[in-house]
Design a protein around this ligand. Structure first.
Ligand SMILES: Cc1ncc(COP(=O)(O)O)c(C=O)c1O
Length: 282
């Protein structure tokens, strides 16, 4: 499998990273995940690259030319034979390698480390069709969740507990209000209105979330970016998690609480259908 690392295409088993890379030592970096759907190609790649630009700016990581990312992904998809099936590109940028280890930034001449890989992706068809159960836990993350950093320990631990319980995702609440999932944003429907936590430093501004809000306009579904108290969960007619890998997945159970009749709802279905139309470029 071909990767792109530090200005070169390399076979994965020949790729090496410095032990002093700040991604390795401090999780000092950001990442993105972009999905490609043949024959149309990437979905919303510009929005993903824009979020990357924002993250780099917020973390003050310089020296990264984002315009080269797209052609590199194209080349990797071709070299890895992922052009004709659905695939994921993983892009990671760290503040580079520097010795001696120090918390403060290395000299500005230190180049960032750019890693890009691609892998085939199998859609989660059954989950998308039947809906899923999720766990609800306390959100213990820092307060800059708007940056897609590679520091993901709370996400890893919450997702692992979900996997151990045989469910697919954990959503979080902070001070009693729903924030998001470990790798998804959360939406609910009440009285025909789609609700989703408003953009803040406590959630990632999801590309799929933004697409869903836009599609609500097209579909004439009223929507509101608002606060969602966890005590309201029992009042929702529908719930869903949305994200690049999850697309729009109905949530039919949260911990032991069954949402409505435990079946994916009508508005969720309309949004799913519209998403696939959009992905197909209709
Ligand atoms: C914490 C978190 N929230 C939301 C999302 C969904 O974002 P997107 O729709 O851009 O994939 C992700 C995606 O990985 C995520 O990690």
């Amino acid at each position: 499998m071909w990767l792109y690392l530090n200005d070169k295409y390399v076979e994965h088993d020949k790729a090496t990273i410095s032990p002093f890379d700040r991604g390795f030592l401090f999780s000092d970096g950001i990442y993105e995940v972009v999905r490609s759907y043949p024959p149309r190609g990437f979905f919303q790649i510009e929005a993903h690259l824009e979020r990357m630009r924002y993250g780099l700016e917020q973390l003050r990581i310089g020296g990264m030319d984002i315009s080269k990312v797209r052609p590199i992904i194209e080349e990797l998809l071709a070299r890895n034979g992922h052009k004709s099936s659905q695939a994921i590109a993983y892009i990671q940028v760290t503040r580079g390698a520097y010795f001696p280890r120090q918390h403060f930034f290395p000299p500005p001449s230190t180049p960032p480390t750019l890693l890009i890989s691609t892998s085939p992706f199998k859609p989660h068809a059954e989950e998308i069709e039947k809906g899923v159960q999720v766990l609800l836990e306390k959100d213990i993350r820092w307060s800059r969740c708007d940056i897609k950093t590679i520091a993901l320990l709370p996400n890893i631990l919450s997702r692992q507990r979900a996997v151990e319980q045989g469910v697919c995702e954990t959503i979080w609440s902070r001070d009693g209000f729903i924030t998001e999932g470990t790798h998804t944003n959360f939406c609910a429907v009440k009285g025909g209105v789609l609700l989703t936590p408003r953009k803040s430093n406590f959630i990632l501004s999801g590309v799929t979330r933004q697409v869903v809000l836009h599609m609500c306009g097209t579909l004439n579904i009223p929507c509101s970016e608002t606060s969602i108290n966890e005590s309201e969960l029992g009042e929702f007619d529908e719930c869903m998690i949305v994200g690049t890998t999850t697309e729009v997945t109905p949530v039919v159970k949260i911990n032991e609480l069954t949402i409505k009749d435990g079946m994916p709802g009508e508005i969720t279905r309309r949004i799913q259908k519209e998403l696939y139309r959009k992905i197909a470029g209709e």
